[in-house]
Design a protein around this ligand. Structure first.
Ligand SMILES: [Zn+2]
Length: 222
């Protein structure tokens, strides 16, 4: 089963995808995490990708698509994956379909996590990540137990440069412009489901699970 989670930066895709991947026993592939991991490993693709991320620009497809497909094609992911943050554009959705059909697979469901612009700005301004594993916290909505330290691994917390100021606003504008055509593409194939992402993490999680169960007949492993 191949599920896409589509949503703006700050919509909660990462948090939701992580939980869904545990409940559905599917690997969670986040393009943002792939970039950060590749950057930390100082791979050539990773260093190139980071330059775009720091500027609040989209990472070009010739970097993103090979990175994502490398993970999709890993043998342990043959049952499917939850893709979070990819595809972002119509062109990427075409490339993904072509690559999946090559391995006799297809996108089953595209879920749009809808969050208002005001809510996104409030969430993004306070996001902090741990240096060791990119665990996400929020200064106001989800603070760590000890200031500036990850609850899970004790590493230092930092704000991503692209979450602050002008770079973040540019990211949102790019996101809204790119996403219209992407949503239309999946809507026409009757694969699109829209979920209100403005409420609490648990409420959104419950809605997502019921949407996935209704659409695929798959029952979550709880
Ligand atoms: Zn951590």
């Amino acid at each position: 089963m191949y599920i896409l989670l589509i949503g703006a930066p700050g919509a909660g895709k990462g948090t939701q995808a992580k939980k869904l991947s545990q409940l559905l026993a599917l690997r969670h592939i986040a393009s943002g995490d792939l970039f950060h991991t590749a950057f930390e490993e100082q791979t050539e693709l990773g260093l190139k990708a980071q330059r775009y991320v720091d500027l609040g620009e989209l990472v070009p497809d010739e970097i993103t698509i090979p990175m994502v497909m490398r993970h999709i094609e890993e043998p342990e992911n043959i049952q499917g994956v939850i893709l979070d943050g990819f595809p972002r554009t119509f062109e990427q959705s075409q490339a993904l379909d072509a690559e999946l059909s090559r391995i006799k697979r297809q996108v089953d469901l595209a879920i749009h996590l809808k969050v208002s612009r005001e809510e996104l700005l409030a969430r993004l301004a306070g996001r902090i990540f741990c240096q060791a594993n990119q665990h996400v916290y929020h200064i106001k909505f989800r603070p760590p137990k000890v200031a500036d330290r990850c609850d899970l691994d004790g590493s230092k917390l930092y704000q991503r440069p692209d979450d602050a100021g002008e770079a973040m606003r540019r990211r949102l504008v790019i996101y809204f412009n790119q996403t219209v055509q992407l949503l239309d593409y999946y809507r026409q194939q009757h694969k699109l489901r829209e979920v209100d992402g403005n409420s609490s993490i648990d409420q959104v999680q419950a809605i997502l699970l019921s949407v996935i169960n209704d659409s695929t007949g798959r029952v979550a492993k709880v």
